[in-house]
Design a protein around this ligand. Structure first.
Ligand code: BGP
Length: 462
């Protein structure tokens, strides 16, 4: 069977500033929450690796971009580090950062690799976190100013802008599930953070439209499709609630301009509603994006709860469902998540049927493997499992496109093994292997396969 994709399909990979750039003396970068937390809460990071030791993109960007060209990328997403560009979050711009981002963007454009630039990938400047981060309404104006600074400085080099990567995560992981700094566990505060993030997104889009910049702007969302254990009404209810909290609430406000009434009702009942003003509602209603990025890694399987939640405990979406470990599910044991390629098709259908078939692309998809050095033969990681992963996901994506989905591209997570939130360098995701001792970056078998994929605009399997 042959799977052919459009001639102008976007092919490439995604990364982020904090996960890839690294630090050098004299770079004048300000601290962000990850610089701080990976030092102060070092035990929470795999092998105690901090943000200082990432993929050295700040130093190696020229060679790295050549390596992207070597495997035929036509596009690449990274983010601007807010705390590198504006060390205190507000105020003075760091001239070193302006030079770096200009050079990096010029290099990408010169090599025919379209830069996809994201403004926020989990990395709040520490100075702003000290005044409450996204919990503080003042930070919305700081973010708006930061976005405007980026549009002004780099607008002539960037055709695809994104306001946030996975807006749910800073709220969920930082204010409910104790995974990201500031390690708060409080649903109502998480909901307020999420609402303020959505407002930041809207304000940045307002500024982008008002400035008449060229190009398109959108957002990158993580979507975890939900599957009930059975058709039993209690399992179906569990699935509905998991989807409502983690996906539908955000998808609706971003793509339809308002929060679903069901979420408002349930949060009101449990006294967890964030503060949303009438002016906020007007802003939400008028904000429209041009392009949606979807990060897809895994499905969420759920069942009806088996116990009654502690009424005195911390309110959470998990009050309405239990996770379900389906017998025989296919696991990526390194990351502890299920592999389910059809999930990508299901997402595409949902966008097509429920969200006006908006233009979208796969902005992240990938497989992180621990101990990948075990697969090195003749100096190259023989990652056939990654090639299979790609083939299976792309086959389902192809099917969705054949049925009319407006999917415009596919970006893998990631270009070269990079530092990850919490897991640091435990799981490797790259098309290139990063040797942490020597700093050398060598192509994996999947990188060479990807090159063929792009050059042939598709692939064939028997
Ligand atoms: C996504 C994030 C990325 C990246 C990826 C891999 O959710 O946007 O930044 O880290 O997940 O996940 P992890 O690093 O947790 O294994």
């Amino acid at each position: 069977m042959k799977y052919t994709f459009a001639r102008d399909f976007f092919w490439g990979a995604a990364s982020s500033a904090t996960q890839s750039e690294g630090r050098v003396p004299g770079d004048c970068k300000g601290e962000n929450i990850w610089d701080y937390a990976s030092k102060e809460y070092n035990h929470r990071f795999f092998d105690g690796v901090t943000t200082e030791t990432t993929a050295k993109f700040y130093e190696d960007y020229q060679q790295d971009i050549q390596k992207m060209a070597d495997i035929s990328f036509n596009s690449f997403r990274t983010s601007i580090s807010w705390s590198r560009l504006i060390p205190d979050g507000v105020g003075e711009v760091n001239a070193e950062a302006v030079t770096f981002y200009n050079n990096m963007l010029d290099e990408l454009n010169a090599k025919g690799i379209q830069p996809f630039i994201n403004l926020y990938h989990f990395d709040m400047p520490m100075k702003l976190q000290e005044i409450g981060g996204f919990e503080n309404r003042e930070v919305i104006q700081a973010y708006k100013k930061y976005a405007e600074t980026c549009f002004e400085l780099f607008g002539d080099k960037v055709a695809y802008w994104f306001t946030f990567n996975e807006p749910m995560i800073p709220a969920e992981a930082g204010y409910l599930h104790d995974r990201h700094y500031p390690y708060v566990v409080d649903f109502k505060r998480a909901a307020q953070v999420l609402h303020h993030i959505v407002l930041c997104h809207c304000e940045a889009i307002e500024s982008f439209r008002a400035g008449n910049y060229l190009g398109k702007i959108g957002i990158i969302m993580d979507v975890i499709p939900v599957y009930p254990r059975s058709e039993h009404p209690a399992d179906l209810y569990a699935a509905k609630m998991a989807d409502l909290f983690y996906t539908k609430s955000l998808n609706d406000v971003i793509l339809k301009g308002q929060y679903p009434q069901e979420i408002i009702d349930v949060l009101k009942k449990y006294n967890q509603l964030p503060e949303v003003t009438e002016a906020d509602k007007l802003l939400l209603a008028k904000t429209k994006i041009d392009l949606l990025g979807i990060n897809y890694y895994r499905p969420r399987r759920v069942k009806a709860r088996e116990s009654v939640p502690n009424p005195e405990g911390v309110f959470s979406p998990e009050w309405f469902y239990d996770n379900y470990e389906m017998p025989g599910r296919r696991m990526n044991t390194s990351r502890g998540i299920e592999i389910y390629p059809k999930g990508l098709y299901d997402i595409a259908k949902k966008i097509q049927n429920e969200y006006g078939n908006i233009d979208w692309f796969v902005s992240e998809n990938g497989i992180g493997i621990q101990g990948e050095e075990a697969f090195i033969e003749n100096g190259m990681v023989q990652d056939d499992y990654r090639i299979e992963f790609l083939q299976e996901h792309l086959a389902w994506l192809h099917q969705a496109i054949a049925e009319g989905s407006n999917c415009l591209g596919y970006h893998m997570w990631t270009f070269v093994d990079c530092w990850s939130w919490i897991n640091a360098f435990k799981n490797r995701y790259g098309f290139y292997r990063m040797d942490l001792e020597t700093g050398e970056k060598t192509v994996k078998k999947s990188g060479l396969w990807f090159k063929q994929l792009v050059e042939n605009q598709g692939f064939e399997i028997e």
